[in-house]
Design a protein around this ligand. Structure first.
Ligand code: IMP
Ligand code: MG
Length: 188
């Protein structure tokens, strides 16, 4: 789908002139799925008392839209794991550079991730979070490429099935660029 003329000039300004290959998910599609995910999560936690753990930086826009669609008492905290650097292929080297302040023991944890690709990041994090004995642990991913060979824990909530392309926008970056785009586009 190509942006209209006015969107094209805005898109060109937003990307600093870099041409993105194609808009894969537009704003309306993302907003509709986020609303639906919010409804599903609300139904899945009738008692609330949820700790929504956003994996930074990629989930920051998704998480902020998502929590406003969850109609339950909840708390928000973040994890920062570093992996890709400037590459577009997962290295599998996951480092935790910020650990949540909040105690996880005895809580319902919902780990919010931008995209599941090889699953290496999630596999490391799931092991780490399970060791802290939460009452429950589930994953909500905006995008899922469905290419992971092994997932310690499959995402219970998935927004959109993603093509096996490198995607940017709505939080997703390439070398820290393009996170602010309101849509999701493929880089090549
Ligand atoms: P995984 O460990 O291969 O599953 O990758 C997890 C992380 O890599 C995600 O949280 C993203 O930050 C990043 N990532 C994976 N695929 C993409 C992509 O297509 N675009 C941007 N970032 C990606
Ligand atoms: Mg990233």
């Amino acid at each position: 789908m190509l942006p209209s003329t006015s969107e094209t000039s805005s898109a060109t300004r937003q990307t600093g002139g870099t041409k993105l290959a194609r808009i894969v998910f537009d704003e309306a599609t993302i907003a509709r799925r986020v609303r639906e995910l919010g409804r599903d999560i609300t139904a899945a936690y009738p008692d609330g008392d949820l700790l929504v753990l956003g994996l930074l930086k990629g989930s920051f826009i998704f998480l902020s839209d998502l929590v406003r669609r969850i109609d339950r008492p909840l708390q928000v905290d973040f994890l920062v794991a570093a992996s890709y650097g400037e590459h577009t292929v997962s290295s599998g080297n996951v480092r935790l550079v910020y650990d949540p302040e909040t105690t996880l023991e005895g809580k319902h944890i919902l780990l919010v991730e931008d995209i599941v690709d090889t699953g290496k990041t999630l596999n490391k994090l799931v092991a780490l979070l399970r060791a802290r004995r939460p009452t429950s642990l589930e994953i909500c991913a905006l995008l899922h490429k469905h290419v992971a060979e092994h997932l310690e824990l499959e995402a219970k909530f998935v927004g959109l099935d993603a093509p096996t392309l490198f995607l940017v926008g709505y939080g997703l970056d390439h070398a820290e660029n393009f996170r602010h785009l309101p849509y999701i586009a493929s880089l090549t």
